[in-house]
Design a protein around this ligand. Structure first.
Ligand code: GLU
Length: 281
């Protein structure tokens, strides 16, 4: 299959330099390979996602010279498409209902935890079966049972990004210590969580290469596991460098001074933006 990638922003703020780099890089890789570049709005956070940001992001990407090869896919418009995956995992006894609040989880933790998954769930509701599910419960992945499905043959994935290039085999220790029993279905708004929605969309959109920021590398193992549990192959992953400010801090959506729209107002050109993120020539 020919190279097919995507840019998948969450429309919860302006497109900043870091996003522009991600989109330009993915687009350049697709064009260089004679492949396709898609745009997907990951707008499942219904409170923070706004149509204005969606429109601004598309306007900024077009201004940067990017075009996408299929209509924009919006996750909020296809929530029902994710439900069969939840049902499949539930039928395989790989999910359990959870009614814990953030404070229940904090209270059960013995020591503060570091890392991408700040809160590996301490397992308060783990012994609950799906038959005990109440309205408003979240659904968590029963990771031990998920790992047991694979025995000693856990899935692996290929990474081509500069920091972690190579083949990565998921290990039970890594999965249990860094991933834990993630929420796949959120109780507050009955929405499939990012890990699953994004992985399912990559599969549904036939993405061959998932190009995204280095900060998301930690999510790859869980997404590869979920895809494997559902019988889907994983794409190749390419996690790129992050664009940082002068102090070395990663740019976030709240860094409005770095918003592409601000640079546009100030009269900079798309070539200037490319130069600022090191994508010239
Ligand atoms: N929607 C995610 C974000 O804006 C990116 C997800 C991905 O590229 O896999 O951070």
């Amino acid at each position: 299959m020919s190279f097919r990638t995507r840019f998948a922003p969450s429309p919860t703020g302006p497109l900043h330099l870091g996003h522009a780099y991600s989109a330009l890089l993915a687009h350049d890789m697709a064009r260089a390979a004679g492949g396709a570049f898609l745009l997907r709005m990951e707008d499942t956070d219904l409170q923070r996602s706004k149509p204005e940001w969606d429109a601004q992001i598309r306007s900024d990407l077009t201004w940067l010279g990017l075009s996408w090869d299929a209509p924009v896919l919006r996750q909020s418009e296809q929530l029902s498409a994710y439900m069969p995956a939840i049902e499949t995992l539930a039928a395989k006894d790989l999910l359990y209902p959870c009614s814990c609040t953030r404070s229940d989880i904090l209270a059960a933790q013995t020591a503060p935890q570091e890392g991408a998954f700040q809160q590996v769930y301490p397992g308060i509701c783990k012994s609950r079966g799906m038959s005990s599910r109440k309205a408003g419960d979240a659904l968590r992945l029963h990771l031990d049972r998920a790992l047991a499905l694979f025995g000693s043959d856990l899935p692996s994935f290929t990474e081509t990004g500069p920091a972690h290039a190579g083949t990565h085999k998921i290990t039970p220790a890594q999965a249990l210590c860094t991933i834990g029993d993630v929420v796949l279905f959120r109780k507050s708004d009955e929405i499939v969580a990012y890990f699953l929605a994004s992985a399912l969309d990559d599969h549904a959109q036939n993405i061959t290469h998932t190009v995204r920021g280095e900060d998301l590398f930690a999510f790859t193992a869980i997404q590869v596991l979920l895809l494997a549990m559902l019988g889907h192959p994983a794409p190749v992953y390419h996690h790129h460098k992050l664009i940082r400010d002068e102090a070395g801090k990663r740019l976030a959506k709240r860094d409005d001074a770095r918003a592409i729209s601000k640079y546009r107002e100030d009269g900079l050109s798309p070539a200037d933006i490319r130069e600022m993120v090191g994508l010239t020539g």
